[in-house]
Design a protein around this ligand. Sequence first.
Ligand code: PEP
Ligand code: MN
Length: 361
Amino acid sequence: MIIHLNISDELIPEMDCSKPLIMAGPCSAETELQVMNTALRLAKIGVKVFRAGIWKPRTRPNAFEGVGSEGLVWLKQVKEETGMRTAIEVANVKHVYEALKNNIDVLWIGARTSANPFAVQEIADSLKGVDITVLVKNPVNPDVELWIGALERINAAGITRIGAIHRGFSDYAKGQYRNNPQWSIPIELRRRIPNLPIIVDPSHIAGRRDLIMDLSQYAMDLDFDGLIIESHCDPDKAWSDAAQQIVPEHLDYILKNLILRSQDVNNKQSVTLEELRVQIDKLDDEVLKLMEQRMNVAEKIGQFKKENNVTILQSSRWDMLLKQRINTGLSKGLSADFVQKIYSAIHEESIQHQKAVMNNG
Ligand code: PEP
Ligand code: MN
């Protein structure tokens, strides 16, 4: 079902927001010197929106939690000296008031906050009657409805300069990325709200600076609208997210080498065949990655069965599993025959993996 939000054509007033919209700046504002040094170098390479975390939501206590309101004065200076717009994360009403008082142009709601409807509603209520740009990061868990819900709350408060940021999802199984991109979720968001600008955050997806370039290119190939990239004057000395930050000159290199396959911003419906094929390739990558994870679990089951002297094939469990998968498949528009075929193949492969473990040593 398509969702109709009241979205302004101009994400940020009186600014060229044509694709790709680039936002960059440090994970955290640390000192006046660090903010100004980074900002001047970013302005020089043409960045129009400067991001910086003022209050940092940290997974564990006793990590650097941001400089607080003091940093807002530095951002004011960035605006005056470079003409860049400024963007910060807000997680509560106090943050919103401080941001408005200091003429911040763009607010973003972080992944830990967008997962909490109470917190999002409080922020939305505090924004009633305000003309400001708000970007909503995906919640940490891969739940497109929760993400849409947060966007709806902000939009219902009258915020029409609204967009989303895709920063990947927390995953128990740690892969090569800090946050699993699960591209199918932002693709579904695009399908549900076609006119919503979606900006990709390769820094928080990657967690490592060497993956940022490829992720940025993916994001462009999938026709997303922009990138928000963490950039710091001296990344290795950053007080938060050091491994994923890059110097402004590195960002310049990435941006200059991005291949933009479609400049067509106004007509999101006109997806080219090439873009669709890229989507298929990404989805297949995910399918295979999931298969790999499934086989890893099957091998653990094999180990358990070996230690406990249980047979490999337990047909009642297989029967039940197949019935359930067929039902789930039907609810997703997949024919029973198709689901039966793929699960027979998966099951066979699983048994091979279990056998290998059980007969080994
Ligand atoms: C950030 O942008 O620095 C940040 C904390 O991001 P997220 O909410 O995506 O973790
Ligand atoms: Mn960060």
